[in-house]
Write a protein that binds this ligand. Structure first.
Ligand code: ZN
Length: 183
Protein backbone atom coordinates (compact mmCIF):
# COMPACT_ATOMS: atom_id res chain seq x y z
CA UNK A 1 0.00 0.00 0.00
CA UNK A 2 2.78 2.42 0.93
CA UNK A 3 4.56 1.74 -2.28
CA UNK A 4 1.44 2.33 -4.29
CA UNK A 5 0.79 5.58 -2.49
CA UNK A 6 4.32 6.77 -3.10
CA UNK A 7 4.00 5.95 -6.77
CA UNK A 8 0.71 7.78 -6.95
CA UNK A 9 2.22 10.85 -5.32
CA UNK A 10 5.15 10.71 -7.68
CA UNK A 11 2.82 10.47 -10.64
CA UNK A 12 0.82 13.40 -9.35
CA UNK A 13 3.96 15.46 -8.84
CA UNK A 14 5.09 14.70 -12.37
CA UNK A 15 1.69 15.59 -13.72
CA UNK A 16 1.66 18.88 -11.85
CA UNK A 17 5.14 19.67 -13.01
CA UNK A 18 4.26 18.90 -16.56
CA UNK A 19 1.10 20.97 -16.50
CA UNK A 20 2.86 23.94 -14.88
CA UNK A 21 5.50 23.77 -17.59
CA UNK A 22 2.80 23.70 -20.18
CA UNK A 23 1.10 26.71 -18.62
CA UNK A 24 4.22 28.86 -18.60
CA UNK A 25 4.81 28.02 -22.24
CA UNK A 26 1.30 28.74 -23.34
CA UNK A 27 1.23 32.00 -21.41
CA UNK A 28 3.99 33.19 -23.63
CA UNK A 29 5.61 35.26 -20.84
CA UNK A 30 9.09 34.52 -22.02
CA UNK A 31 9.34 35.11 -25.74
CA UNK A 32 12.99 34.10 -25.91
CA UNK A 33 12.22 30.75 -24.39
CA UNK A 34 9.35 30.31 -26.76
CA UNK A 35 11.49 30.91 -29.81
CA UNK A 36 14.04 28.49 -28.42
CA UNK A 37 11.29 25.99 -27.93
CA UNK A 38 10.35 26.25 -31.55
CA UNK A 39 13.82 25.55 -32.84
CA UNK A 40 15.03 23.09 -30.22
CA UNK A 41 11.99 21.01 -29.52
CA UNK A 42 12.15 18.08 -31.88
CA UNK A 43 9.04 17.55 -33.89
CA UNK A 44 7.11 14.67 -32.46
CA UNK A 45 7.04 12.13 -35.22
CA UNK A 46 4.45 9.52 -34.58
CA UNK A 47 5.80 6.30 -35.94
CA UNK A 48 2.78 4.19 -36.71
CA UNK A 49 3.05 0.57 -35.78
CA UNK A 50 0.83 -1.05 -38.37
CA UNK A 51 -1.16 -3.98 -37.23
CA UNK A 52 -1.97 -6.84 -39.53
CA UNK A 53 -5.49 -5.53 -40.00
CA UNK A 54 -4.18 -2.25 -41.40
CA UNK A 55 -1.88 -3.78 -43.95
CA UNK A 56 -3.42 -4.10 -47.39
CA UNK A 57 -1.03 -6.83 -48.43
CA UNK A 58 0.49 -9.90 -46.93
CA UNK A 59 4.21 -9.79 -46.39
CA UNK A 60 5.15 -13.05 -44.77
CA UNK A 61 5.51 -16.26 -46.68
CA UNK A 62 3.08 -18.77 -45.27
CA UNK A 63 1.20 -21.72 -46.65
CA UNK A 64 -1.63 -21.17 -44.25
CA UNK A 65 -3.55 -18.20 -45.54
CA UNK A 66 -6.76 -16.50 -44.48
CA UNK A 67 -8.20 -13.92 -46.80
CA UNK A 68 -11.24 -11.85 -45.92
CA UNK A 69 -13.87 -10.38 -48.19
CA UNK A 70 -16.56 -7.91 -47.21
CA UNK A 71 -19.71 -6.00 -48.09
CA UNK A 72 -17.57 -3.25 -49.65
CA UNK A 73 -16.60 -5.71 -52.41
CA UNK A 74 -13.01 -6.00 -51.26
CA UNK A 75 -10.47 -8.57 -50.23
CA UNK A 76 -8.18 -7.61 -47.38
CA UNK A 77 -5.12 -8.92 -49.22
CA UNK A 78 -3.80 -8.10 -52.66
CA UNK A 79 -0.63 -10.13 -52.41
CA UNK A 80 -0.03 -13.53 -50.88
CA UNK A 81 3.33 -15.23 -50.64
CA UNK A 82 3.55 -19.00 -50.39
CA UNK A 83 6.20 -21.64 -50.62
CA UNK A 84 6.25 -23.43 -53.94
CA UNK A 85 5.56 -27.19 -54.11
CA UNK A 86 4.12 -27.32 -50.61
CA UNK A 87 0.40 -27.64 -49.94
CA UNK A 88 -1.36 -24.35 -49.26
CA UNK A 89 -4.41 -24.19 -47.03
CA UNK A 90 -6.45 -21.13 -47.85
CA UNK A 91 -9.51 -19.92 -45.97
CA UNK A 92 -11.82 -17.39 -47.58
CA UNK A 93 -14.03 -15.54 -45.12
CA UNK A 94 -16.90 -13.22 -45.89
CA UNK A 95 -16.90 -10.81 -42.97
CA UNK A 96 -19.87 -8.84 -44.25
CA UNK A 97 -23.57 -9.46 -43.84
CA UNK A 98 -24.94 -9.34 -47.35
CA UNK A 99 -26.31 -12.46 -48.97
CA UNK A 100 -24.37 -14.38 -51.55
CA UNK A 101 -26.75 -13.63 -54.41
CA UNK A 102 -26.15 -9.89 -53.87
CA UNK A 103 -22.57 -9.67 -52.58
CA UNK A 104 -21.26 -13.17 -53.10
CA UNK A 105 -17.53 -13.77 -53.12
CA UNK A 106 -15.28 -16.58 -54.15
CA UNK A 107 -11.56 -17.04 -54.56
CA UNK A 108 -10.47 -18.31 -57.94
CA UNK A 109 -6.81 -19.05 -58.49
CA UNK A 110 -5.85 -19.03 -62.14
CA UNK A 111 -3.10 -20.86 -63.94
CA UNK A 112 -0.08 -18.97 -65.23
CA UNK A 113 -0.79 -17.39 -68.59
CA UNK A 114 -4.55 -17.27 -68.19
CA UNK A 115 -6.29 -14.38 -69.91
CA UNK A 116 -7.87 -12.95 -66.78
CA UNK A 117 -10.17 -10.55 -68.64
CA UNK A 118 -11.48 -13.31 -70.88
CA UNK A 119 -11.99 -15.65 -67.93
CA UNK A 120 -13.81 -12.90 -66.03
CA UNK A 121 -16.22 -12.15 -68.83
CA UNK A 122 -16.95 -15.85 -69.33
CA UNK A 123 -17.57 -16.19 -65.61
CA UNK A 124 -20.33 -13.58 -65.72
CA UNK A 125 -22.45 -15.98 -67.74
CA UNK A 126 -21.64 -19.04 -65.67
CA UNK A 127 -24.03 -18.63 -62.77
CA UNK A 128 -25.11 -22.27 -63.12
CA UNK A 129 -21.47 -23.29 -62.60
CA UNK A 130 -21.03 -21.08 -59.52
CA UNK A 131 -19.22 -18.56 -61.77
CA UNK A 132 -16.46 -20.98 -62.74
CA UNK A 133 -16.85 -21.09 -66.55
CA UNK A 134 -14.16 -23.71 -67.08
CA UNK A 135 -11.73 -25.79 -65.09
CA UNK A 136 -8.82 -25.68 -67.53
CA UNK A 137 -7.70 -22.22 -66.39
CA UNK A 138 -8.27 -22.88 -62.70
CA UNK A 139 -5.84 -24.25 -60.15
CA UNK A 140 -8.30 -24.07 -57.26
CA UNK A 141 -11.37 -22.17 -56.22
CA UNK A 142 -13.72 -21.78 -53.31
CA UNK A 143 -17.47 -21.83 -53.64
CA UNK A 144 -19.34 -18.54 -53.67
CA UNK A 145 -20.12 -17.49 -50.10
CA UNK A 146 -22.25 -14.82 -48.47
CA UNK A 147 -21.90 -12.76 -45.30
CA UNK A 148 -20.73 -14.72 -42.27
CA UNK A 149 -19.70 -17.76 -44.31
CA UNK A 150 -16.32 -19.21 -45.11
CA UNK A 151 -14.78 -21.87 -47.30
CA UNK A 152 -11.45 -23.66 -47.11
CA UNK A 153 -9.47 -25.01 -50.03
CA UNK A 154 -6.13 -26.72 -50.40
CA UNK A 155 -3.84 -26.62 -53.39
CA UNK A 156 -0.19 -26.82 -54.33
CA UNK A 157 1.54 -24.46 -56.68
CA UNK A 158 3.78 -26.51 -58.93
CA UNK A 159 6.24 -23.84 -60.01
CA UNK A 160 7.69 -20.54 -58.92
CA UNK A 161 5.73 -17.66 -60.33
CA UNK A 162 3.10 -14.99 -59.88
CA UNK A 163 -0.44 -16.33 -60.08
CA UNK A 164 -3.59 -14.26 -60.47
CA UNK A 165 -6.54 -14.67 -58.19
CA UNK A 166 -9.94 -13.06 -58.59
CA UNK A 167 -13.46 -13.09 -57.30
CA UNK A 168 -15.43 -14.23 -60.31
CA UNK A 169 -18.80 -13.01 -59.05
CA UNK A 170 -20.14 -10.69 -61.77
CA UNK A 171 -18.62 -7.22 -61.60
CA UNK A 172 -16.18 -7.98 -58.81
CA UNK A 173 -12.92 -8.96 -60.50
CA UNK A 174 -12.01 -5.38 -61.41
CA UNK A 175 -11.49 -4.66 -57.71
CA UNK A 176 -11.35 -8.09 -56.13
CA UNK A 177 -8.10 -9.36 -57.54
CA UNK A 178 -4.57 -10.03 -56.44
CA UNK A 179 -1.48 -12.11 -56.83
CA UNK A 180 -0.15 -15.22 -55.20
CA UNK A 181 3.61 -15.30 -55.36
CA UNK A 182 5.03 -18.80 -55.15
CA UNK A 183 8.67 -18.73 -54.18
ZN1 ZN B 1 -16.71 -10.80 -54.84
Amino acid sequence: MNKTNTLAIKALAIALFASSCGNSNSNGNDTVENSNQQTETPTVVETPTPTKEELPIATETSNEVTIESNDQMKYNLSEIKVKVSDPVKLTLKHVGQMKKDVMGHNFVLLKLGTDVAAFTSEAMNAKDKDYIPNQKDVIAHTKVIGGGEQDVIEFTLPSVGVYDFICSFPGHAGIMKGKIIAE
